[in-house]
Design a binder for this molecule. Structure first.
Ligand SMILES: *[C@@H]1O[C@H](CO)[C@@H](O)[C@H](O)[C@H]1NC(C)=O
Ligand SMILES: *[C@@H]1O[C@H](CO)[C@@H](O)[C@H](O)[C@H]1NC(C)=O
Ligand SMILES: *[C@@H]1O[C@H](CO)[C@@H](O)[C@H](O)[C@H]1NC(C)=O
Ligand SMILES: *[C@@H]1O[C@H](CO)[C@@H](O)[C@H](O)[C@H]1NC(C)=O
Ligand SMILES: *[C@@H]1O[C@H](CO)[C@@H](O)[C@H](O)[C@H]1NC(C)=O
Ligand SMILES: *[C@@H]1O[C@H](CO)[C@@H](O)[C@H](O)[C@H]1NC(C)=O
Ligand SMILES: *[C@@H]1O[C@H](CO)[C@@H](O)[C@H](O)[C@H]1NC(C)=O
Length: 458
């Protein structure tokens, strides 16, 4: 899903995205202007305690103080411990070498999620054997500034029996937007600067912390294909290149890997991570499928080299190329599912913005299930959204959910997207696909479906 954010509005990008003509590939949604007051600054003041399960060697004694520090100074490439390849570039490395480890892993004593040994198309969520289940998306959870709001968000999602929530792990800017907007890295011609101020990395810490607290898991992704919240465009603005060359661009890929290293090392001891995701909806227009395939192979191997315990997935829309008639020919779902270091495949479903009818949605679901069956790997309907029928997506989305439930072995589906009216500032991010926690349709589309998925016989 392509989203437009308050951050984009602040950067003056809202007009250009909101006015974009709908096209056959990108999702263009009607966005409501979001009040800046929604993003109030709040300093994290609590002290997190490291537990025994998070080894002392990974917890820096300066971890607590760092939560209130400001944008870190870049360190020179030569002083970046274990950054073997960064010496090849003149760009300063991100500061992972001196980054404190996530200091409060494992308040949630569940095992990591994994692909189930007995039923390799399903997940073993918390060590109790294979289950089907449902999840959701709340991209904005890492981009709100209030801890108590996150507590509300995760409690409501937990209360619904949704097991997984996908959240943006990225947020990059080229110029500092000020303390009211969340961003994790600032990219400019002199390098990548990680934001450890209250509107930076501590927001991701809080997401992982509250997921642990309530006992659900998050999918964190590393970069956006779209320019919302920075994305590949923000790398290109700093280091040159374009949306096509980024996948092979030396500097861009180095900074991207450094950011991955930061996130993975920070949260790798937390069982609240469901999976790492390489990108949101990566595409490489005009490229052979080998570009995304090679990139996804190398990056997923890199993630596994940092963290062999958590699952990794790609984050693409699930295009079938070259035979399929959807997409730009650069993404081949079946080919990419063969990558050994990708644990499961994902696909998205937005027939209205792709020029298809709603009935076709169920066929799309069945096709992906068949590829999963052929390769004996888990496949997840990771985003789905019906067309604008405000406040009632039931007629469109219930049949898709029924297809997933009754006619497939898809391990999980995750509706786009969870919304709540219970934040201190009112509404969470609005888009036409949002299923609001207080809406009548929340019962069939979220609660009842989540319960039905959990009850489905393995
Ligand atoms: C997680 O574990 C509990 C038991 O501790 C079990 O009841 C529940 O079904 C498990 N959840 C999933 C999604 O497997
Ligand atoms: C890049 O951003 C950093 C952090 O704000 C700043 O110190 C540096 O001067 C910037 N470089 C350029 C070329 O603007
Ligand atoms: C991206 O850059 C490459 C290399 O300079 C160029 O060949 C290609 O046409 C560019 N693509 C776009 C869409 O500008
Ligand atoms: C996302 O993917 C499409 C297709 O390759 C491309 O046109 C677009 O420029 C990409 N990136 C951004 C930042 O939108
Ligand atoms: C929906 O689209 C499919 C394939 O794109 C087509 O076969 C079918 O007739 C369409 N159904 C309706 C009701 O338009
Ligand atoms: C939403 O749509 C469903 C299916 O068309 C219908 O049964 C239900 O009454 C509608 N709910 C509301 C609140 O309009
Ligand atoms: C949900 O809350 C919003 C904001 O308070 C309100 O406008 C809307 O009517 C509520 N919906 C329902 C179904 O109660």
């Amino acid at each position: 899903m392509r989203v437009t954010s308050a951050l984009a509005a602040l950067a003056g990008l809202l007009a250009s995205t909101a006015n974009a003509a709908p096209d056959a590939q990108g999702t263009v949604s009607v966005m409501k202007t979001i009040e800046h007051t929604r993003f109030q600054t709040k300093t994290i003041s609590k002290t997190y305690t490291a537990s025994a399960a998070c080894s002392a060697s990974t917890v820096s004694s300066s971890s607590t103080t760092s939560l209130t520090s400001t944008i870190a100074s870049p360190i020179s490439s030569s002083s970046a411990v274990s950054s073997s390849s960064s010496s090849a570039t003149s760009y300063p490395s991100t500061t992972y070498a001196t980054t404190p480890a996530y200091p409060f892993c494992t308040s949630y004593p569940s095992p990591f999620a994994s692909v189930d040994n007995v039923h390799p198309r399903l997940f073993n969520y918390n060590g109790t054997g294979a289950k089907f289940f449902a999840g959701t998306n709340a991209w904005w959870a890492s981009h709100i500034l209030s801890d108590s709001d996150l507590d509300t968000v995760f409690s409501e999602i937990k209360d619904t029996q949704l097991q997984v929530v996908r959240v943006w792990g990225f947020g990059s800017v080229n110029t500092d937007p000020g303390p009211d907007s969340v961003f994790f890295q600032l990219l400019n011609s002199t390098g990548s600067y990680i934001n450890y101020a209250a509107n930076g990395i501590p927001r991701l810490d809080a997401v992982v912390s509250y997921a642990e607290k309530v006992g659900i898991k998050v999918v964190l992704n590393f970069v956006n294909n779209w320019s919302d919240l920075g994305g590949i465009a923000s790398y290109n603005a700093a280091f040159g290149g374009n949306a096509t060359t980024w996948y092979t661009d030396t500097e861009g890929q180095q900074v991207y890997r450094d950011y991955i290293k930061l996130l993975v090392n920070r949260y790798k001891c937390s069982s609240a991570i469901f999976a790492w995701e390489l990108a949101n909806e990566p595409r490489c227009h005009g490229c052979s499928t080998s570009v995304i395939y090679d990139w996804a192979t190398e990056i997923s191997q890199y993630v596994k080299s940092l963290d062999s315990k958590h699952m990794v997935t790609l984050g693409d829309e699930g295009w079938f190329a070259p035979a399929g008639d959807i997409g730009d020919g650069s993404v081949d779902f079946a080919l990419n599912l063969g990558i050994k270091t990708l644990d499961y495949g994902v696909f998205h479903l937005y027939p209205d913005s792709w020029g298809y009818n709603e009935t076709w949605g169920s066929a799309w679901i069945l096709e992906h299930n068949a590829v999963g069956a052929a390769q004996n790997k888990p496949v997840v309907l990771e985003e789905y959204g019906g067309p604008p029928s405000p406040d009632n997506h039931t007629a469109v989305e219930e049949p898709w959910q029924a297809t997933v439930l009754d006619d497939t072995r898809l391990a999980m589906d995750q509706f786009w997207q969870f919304g709540t009216v219970d934040l201190s500032t009112g509404l969470s991010d609005y888009d036409i696909y949002t299923i609001w926690y207080n809406a009548t349709e929340y019962a069939p589309l979220a609660r009842e479906h989540a319960a039905a998925m959990l009850e489905k016989a393995v």
